[in-house]
Ligand binder design. Structure first.
Ligand SMILES: [Mg+2]
Ligand SMILES: [Zn+2]
Length: 192
């Protein structure tokens, strides 16, 4: 029987964006820069306790842009998974889009089906993990997360992390708005 899932964006939901000079905060590019966000562990535990599969879906275009190596991005993914495991949060799946439509590294650049707001990672996970999309949600901190959820036919929760305000507009209409994953989880469990 297919399972309901929570698709979790990584940066701004599970871990904090990292200050980046005068520009907006960026994804961590070094494992030592990984710090879990407020409410991440509490929220993930509550969602798993409610029976949802937890599946990370993350856009990581820095290697396509030539500003980080694929190995560095994978090391950060591993660190996030490790610190969550240390807090007794197990994940059911993890999907990473390494592409960027206007990247500089040819093999990672150009259009793809997986970069959110496309639904490719969610649809692939649904096939591979036998997930019930109609009973599932995405939790993200950007318009593109909400868009990917809408395209995949899941409900949407927008986490309003202060470090990623530049990735949100009033143009999206998520089903839930929350300050962090714990608050989103409470709303999702109440709605289920
Ligand atoms: Mg994010
Ligand atoms: Zn992609």
């Amino acid at each position: 029987m297919s399972r309901a899932a929570i698709f979790l964006d990584r940066d701004g939901v599970l871990n904090d964006p990292v200050p980046d000079g005068d520009g907006p905060p960026e994804s961590p590019y070094h494992p030592e820069d990984v710090h879990l966000s407020t409410g991440a562990v509490e929220g993930a535990r509550a969602l798993r306790a409610a029976g949802f599969a937890l599946v990370v879906v993350t856009n990581q275009p820095a290697a396509a842009k030539g500003t980080a190596t694929v190995a560095a991005l994978m090391a950060v993914n591993s660190r996030v998974r490790e610190v969550l495991a240390d807090a007794a949060v197990e994940l059911d799946g993890w999907y990473t889009c390494l592409h960027h439509p206007a990247g500089t590294v040819p093999e990672l650049s150009g259009p793809c089906d997986c970069r959110k707001p496309a639904a490719g990672m969610l649809l692939q996970a649904a096939r591979e993990l036998d997930l019930d999309l109609a009973a599932s949600w995405i939790v993200g901190d950007s318009d593109s997360d909400v868009g990917a959820g809408e395209r995949a036919g899941v409900r949407t929760a927008l986490v309003e992390h202060p470090g990623s305000a530049h990735r949100r507009s009033d143009l999206v209409a998520p089903d839930v708005r929350a300050a962090d994953l714990a608050e989103a989880a409470a709303a999702i469990v109440a709605a289920a």
